[in-house]
Ligand binder design. Structure first.
Ligand SMILES: *Cc1c(COP(=O)(O)O)cnc(C)c1O
Length: 396
């Protein structure tokens, strides 16, 4: 098919040319004496991206799922109690992993379209006077439903109760895109991957670990090998890895961090808010609803759009892909066929959002969903035009 493919799934995201060029290099010796000149500043800048000064950010070959595994295996023991909530496919899979590791999971079932039930967390943590709950799980951005939860509020609950549980955050589709402050929010393990906010191919698990979480490592009884934090600590300190790192991806990560930190994290967050707000204006103008049940849950990295009764969202996705070379995100599990998703994270600007909206309009027209042609695109145009440039662009 002629023309660029439209990639509007919430991961893998679009890869900037800067990142692609940075990876067009010969393979290199990861044990070379000058390799640390590359890796040590990279580790330091990763800490900036996670906003953590103490503790460390580890980069494993893998994906976000591997990052979850590292969090569990390095800090917990079989039978440990963890508090979690399920409100979409990713929060569900994380709980599933905890169970496979033999943890005792209290998983609160929430309506899909909502997020972490902070008040229920508070009740359960307050009742846990013996501090049996060892970790509290928060999926910051549920990518399946386009819902963002309040990580900071969960930290405040833990602090106000003086509860010592570790705070784990799945930030796979949020870190590097929307506000995330690991140290300020007291997050003990923050999990991300390379193919979403970091704008790289899949292949890295990127995990921010607090000193408190690192201190759990000797006490934890779960088997750990590939994801052992201790091996990383010992080798990373000199700029090396316990086994062969994905050097090419690390070169891409260098370029990605240069872009994110160059734009400024707060500008990156503001850009995502602006683009997401324009996208939501378009969806509302179609007369369609988001899967997210209210503005407090709106995600600035992905919107899940509910198709009207009697229509199948997969037909929209199929037409968009088959006829227009545009990938929209599918509904997963409980919302399969009911929603399609537009990702608006990473290397993204106004025109790319408009393209996704236009592509969705074409596909919805094919499928017969009633709406006024151009209404979504028009509403987004109005929003973008009336709110001026994102701060980062204005500054250039
Ligand atoms: C994509 C995603 C994952 C899974 O990450 P992989 O890199 O596919 O292993 C986990 N959690 C969330 C919130 C995600 O968006």
């Amino acid at each position: 098919m002629s023309g660029f493919n439209g990639l509007a799934v919430p991961g893998p995201t679009n890869m900037p040319f800067e990142v692609r060029r940075a990876m067009d290099v010969a393979l290199e010796d990861h044990r070379a004496p000058d390799f640390p000149e590359f890796t040590l500043p990279l580790f330091a800048d990763l800490k900036k991206a996670f906003m953590i000064e103490n503790g460390q950010v580890f980069v494993f070959p893998g994906s976000g799922t591997g990052g979850w595994e590292s969090a569990i295996a390095n800090t917990l023991s079989p039978g440990d109690k963890v508090l979690a909530s399920i409100f979409g496919q990713f929060s569900y899979l994380w709980v599933d992993m905890c169970q496979r590791f033999g943890l005792d999971v209290d998983a609160i079932d929430c309506e899909w379209g909502t997020g972490v039930p902070v008040e229920l967390y508070e009740k359960k943590l307050a009742a846990d006077t013996n501090h049996e709950i060892k970790a509290v799980l928060v999926t910051q951005n549920e990518t399946a439903t386009g819902v963002t939860s309040d990580v900071k509020a969960v930290r405040e609950v833990l602090n106000s109760l003086g509860h010592p549980a570790l705070l784990f955050v799945d930030g796979v589709s949020s870190i590097g895109s929307i506000e995330f402050r690991q140290e300020e929010w007291g997050v003990d393990v923050a999990v991300s991957g390379s193919q979403k906010g970091f704008m790289l191919p899949t292949g890295l698990a990127i995990v921010g670990v607090s000193q408190k979480a690192l201190d759990q490592r000797p006490k934890s009884n779960l088997p750990k090998c590939f994801f052992d934090y201790d091996d990383m600590v010992k080798t990373n300190k000199d700029g090396y890895f316990p086994y062969t790192p994905a050097t090419t991806l690390l070169r891409g990560l260098r370029a990605s961090l240069d872009m994110l930190l160059g734009e400024g994290l707060e500008n990156v967050w503001a850009r995502h808010t602006r683009l997401a707000t324009g996208c939501r204006a378009g969806i509302a103008a179609w007369g369609l609803e988001l899967c997210a049940k209210g503005p407090q849950w709106h995600s600035d990295t992905v919107s899940a759009i509910v198709v009207p009764e009697g229509y199948n969202a997969n037909d929209v996705i199929g037409s968009a892909y088959g006829k227009y070379n545009l990938s929209l995100g599918a509904g997963l599990s409980k919302v399969a066929g009911k929603v399609f998703r537009i990702g608006h994270l990473g290397y993204m600007n106004e025109l790319m959002v408009l393209q996704s909206l236009a592509g969705a309009e074409l596909a919805m027209r094919d499928v017969g969903i009633p709406f006024e042609s151009g209404s979504g695109v028009g509403a987004a145009v109005d929003y973008f035009a009336s709110t001026g440039q994102a701060p980062a662009l204005a500054a250039e």
